[in-house]
Design a protein around this ligand. Structure first.
Ligand SMILES: [Zn+2]
Length: 87
C-alpha cells in the first residue's frame, strides 16, 4: 500500500504574485524527469508548494512585511516608543 498525501496548501496571493512564485520555483527546480517528461522525483521547492503550509504562510508573511520593513528602514522620524540615544 502506498501512502498518498491528501494535504491541501492554501496560497493567498494575487494572480501576479502566484505567477512570480511559480517562476521563482521553476528557476530553482531540481525535479528529475524521465525520457518522456515523467517526473521521477520532486524537488524541495515543488514539494513545499503542495505540502508545506507553514512555509507558504511564511512566504505570505514575508511578502506583506517586506514593504513595511523597507519603509521603516528609510524612515527619517522615529515613533514615540523608539529612542535615538545609545543607552
Ligand atoms: Zn521542482
Amino acid at each position: 500500500m502506498t501512502a498518498v498525501s491528501t494535504t491541501t496548501v492554501a496560497w493567498r496571493g494575487t494572480e501576479a504574485e502566484t505567477e512570480r512564485l511559480l517562476a521563482a520555483v521553476a528557476r530553482i527546480c531540481g525535479c528529475e524527469f524521465g525520457p518522456v517528461r515523467v517526473r521521477l522525483s520532486t524537488c524541495a521547492a515543488h514539494q513545499m508548494l503542495v505540502e508545506d503550509q507553514r512555509a507558504m504562510n511564511g512566504l505570505s508573511f514575508g511578502k506583506y512585511s517586506a514593504a513595511r520593513l523597507r519603509r521603516e528602514e528609510w524612515a527619517t522620524q522615529t515613533t514615540p516608543w523608539q529612542t535615538t540615544s545609545n543607552d
